[in-house]
Write a protein that binds this ligand. Structure first.
Ligand code: NAP
Length: 244
């Protein structure tokens, strides 16, 4: 049985760099990508790609197909996230709150990752160490909120964080070899951050490759040291702890 590294939301800038980094660093493990989109034409032939619309049932069916690859899932990277779209802009004032936008942002940032956690649970009950690393954001920290604004994004990431902290408590009983990393990548040069990069100093705007490699190193360190099994760790790209 091979180790499987699973990258969900695989079309994201950070996810694509994560797939590259995993293929470079783990020659003997299987890298599996899941996305709403079809596999890109330039995809490395060693990566298995599954298309999924993220319905609850479809997530379960996709995971059953992945398990048929005859591997055990050891690393999961959940990269889905929504800050803006052609119809959605982050709110500056409460007057900007819009019901449909709130639903859409919560769906991508909190509901979809939690449905993956739900469907992964039965696969992570064994003794093999596993890490579920979910891309959150520092702005989802309630104690760190000094600037305000970005209501839907902040609140949906805070909801995601609470989903993961709560899941870690449950998994400590039923899947005690698994850990959760709630990961803040820092401002990373992808379509998600591109409209908001103007005031970011050049040395604080990271490339997706830089962030992905930091994230992979953190996940590998947690797998091998088994530190904090049964807990959720809210960590930034440099390994520092972010307050909840
Ligand atoms: N870039 C930054 O500066 C930054 C900073 C802090 C936190 N983050 C977080 O890091 C993660 C990755 O960000 P990124 O910058 O790489 O993002 P990105 O390039 O904009 O990618 C967007 C991601 O969201 C998913 N997605 C978009 N719309 C969706 C929908 N309607 N339903 C389900 N999934 C949807 C995509 O999945 P598919 O592959 O299925 O399309 C893709 O994984 C996100 O969680 C983001 O909040 C990013």
């Amino acid at each position: 049985m091979s180790d499987i590294s699973l990258v969900i939301g695989a079309s994201s800038g950070i996810a694509r760099a994560t797939i590259e980094g995993l293929l470079e660093s783990n020659a003997d493990s299987l890298v599996v990508a899941v996305s709403r989109s079809s596999a890109p034409t330039e995809l490395d032939g060693r990566c298995h790609w599954f298309k999924c619309s993220y319905g609850d049932g479809e997530i379960g069916r996709t995971l059953r197909k992945i398990v048929e690859l005859r591997g055990a899932i050891s690393k999961v990277f959940i990269c889905n996230g929504l800050l803006h779209s052609s119809q959605i802009s982050p709110e500056k004032r409460v007057e900007d709150i819009d019901r449909e936008a709130l639903h859409a942002v919560f769906e991508v940032n909190a509901v979809v990752p939690m449905l993956w956690v739900k469907n992964l649970k039965p696969l992570l009950r064994g003794p093999k160490p596993a890490v579920i690393c979910v891309l959150s954001a520092r702005v989802g920290s309630i104690s760190d909120n000094k600037k305000g604004g970005w209501y839907a994004y902040r609140a949906s990431k805070a909801a995601l964080n609470m989903f993961l902290k709560t899941s870690a408590i449950e998994f400590a009983r039923v899947a005690p070899s698994s850990q959760f990393i709630v990961f803040h990548p820092g401002t990373t040069d992808t379509p998600l951050s591109s409209p908001f990069q103007t005031n970011v100093p050049a040395d604080r705007l990271f490339s997706p490759n830089f962030v992905a490699n930091k994230m992979i190193q953190i996940v590998e360190k947690h797998i091998s040291s088994k530190t904090g099994v049964g807990e959720a760790h809210f960590l930034a790209w440099d390994g520092s702890t972010v307050s909840w």
